[in-house]
Design a protein around this ligand. Structure first.
Ligand code: ATP
Ligand code: MG
Length: 183
């Protein structure tokens, strides 16, 4: 699964609409301290269905919305969109008729999040499964946060197993089984 674009609006420090085109191969993000490099990675995790505000360095999910500065008022809405190439048709059946999938998440103050795939409203679970199947996503080992290597070394065997399952590409099965059990 190739990510081709990332668009942010009102997300953390990205108050103005910001669009990044991501080409094949390695992409580096450079800039001075505090310019928003980590915020970008958090935006990517967030749109993939992150449910923990703590791992977003926030004290509530609404904190991902631009909080304002001396010169600019705060916003009431944040939106992140990620576009992925689906020409290889690897997406789950429900979304598998399009060459490009535009997955978006929008949050409104005190009203929670709404997810969409190509303009159609979907559940957070659908987005999480979509990325888990591609062995990526908010909780995958594809996103390495500061301190993660240290945690890995000290992890319990069960937690380490989850990393191997992720590498084997079967993490999506757990999300599906959990959902089947709820029915
Ligand atoms: P470093 O090189 O130190 O790791 P960085 O480029 O990763 O820096 P970030 O941590 O992504 O920087 O960005 C931090 C900036 O984002 C801070 O200036 C902080 O005030 C701003 N910020 C975070 N959340 C919000 C928000 N909700 N509203 C406005 N600004 C925010
Ligand atoms: Mg950083």
């Amino acid at each position: 699964m190739q990510i081709t674009r990332l668009r942010l609006l009102g997300f953390k420090s990205f108050v103005e609409p910001t669009e990044l085109l991501i080409g094949p191969g390695l992409t580096g993000v450079v800039g001075p301290n505090g310019c928003g490099k980590s915020n970008l990675l958090e935006a990517l995790r967030w749109v993939m269905g992150e449910t923990s505000y703590k791992t977003m360095r926030a004290s509530a999910m609404d904190d991902v919305i631009f909080a304002g500065t001396d010169k600019r008022p705060a916003r009431n809405m944040a939106e992140v969109m990620v576009a992925v190439d689906n020409t290889k048709r690897t997406a789950p059946a429900a979304f598998n008729d399009a060459d490009v999938l535009e997955i978006s998440r929008r949050i409104q103050r005190e009203a929670g999040s709404v997810y969409k795939v190509n303009g159609k409203e979907v559940r957070a679970k659908d987005v999480q499964i979509l990325f888990a199947d591609a062995a990526t996503g908010a909780r995958s080992q594809a996103m390495v946060q500061q301190g993660t290597i240290g945690q890995l070394i000290n992890a319990k065997p069960q937690d380490r197993r989850r990393i191997l399952e992720d590498a084997a590409g079967i993490a999506g099965l757990y999300t599906r089984r959990h959902e089947a059990e709820l029915r």
